[in-house]
Design a protein around this ligand. Structure first.
Ligand code: HEC
Length: 123
């Protein structure tokens, strides 16, 4: 029993240290995103799951159609905290703001998905 009493808090502390505190979207939301940088970031970080043209694949949502139905906070939160089956992505607050700006410019409505963006080749 004594061992358990010591072990549980230790494990809890270890988990918090390993994962860090969950990031809040506010910092990224306060930044001005750059559409061109966001496009490059999207292709590097998001396209392998959501597709270069935003059509998704297998279980991954087609952002081209769905992203306009989510508010900015939801989209940024998905990137920096993860969402359901999607883990948190390795993006800075500025990169998250840039990607958000590009998503908004590219797919403002579900209809915009009918004219897919030109994919930039990976650098
Ligand atoms: C490893 C694969 C993967 C990567 C990389 C990834 N996602 Fe996702 N994403 C998913 C999956 C799977 C879901 C569905 C999660 C769920 O609802 O369970 C999702 C859901 C989302 C949603 C919610 C969409 C909806 O219609 O509900 C948004 C917004 C999103 N991702 C944005 C991004 C952005 C922006 C990036 C790049 C920074 C990114 N994702 C990178 C796999 C990924």
């Amino acid at each position: 029993m004594h061992v358990l009493r010591l072990a549980l808090p230790t494990v809890a502390v270890a988990v918090v240290v390993a994962c860090g505190p969950a990031r809040e979207p506010d910092a990224a939301l306060a930044l001005t995103g750059d559409v061109a940088r966001g496009q490059a970031q999207y292709q590097m970080v998001c396209a392998r799951c959501h597709g270069a043209n935003g059509f998704g694949m297998l279980q991954t949502p087609a952002l081209a159609y769905t992203v306009s139905s989510h508010d900015d906070r939801t989209v940024v939160s998905a990137m920096i905290r993860g969402r359901g089956g999607m883990g948190a992505q390795d993006v800075t607050d500025q990169q998250a703001a840039d990607i958000l700006a590009w998503l908004r410019a590219t797919w403002p409505t579900p209809e915009a998905a009918k004219t897919p963006p030109v994919a930039t080749p990976p650098p």
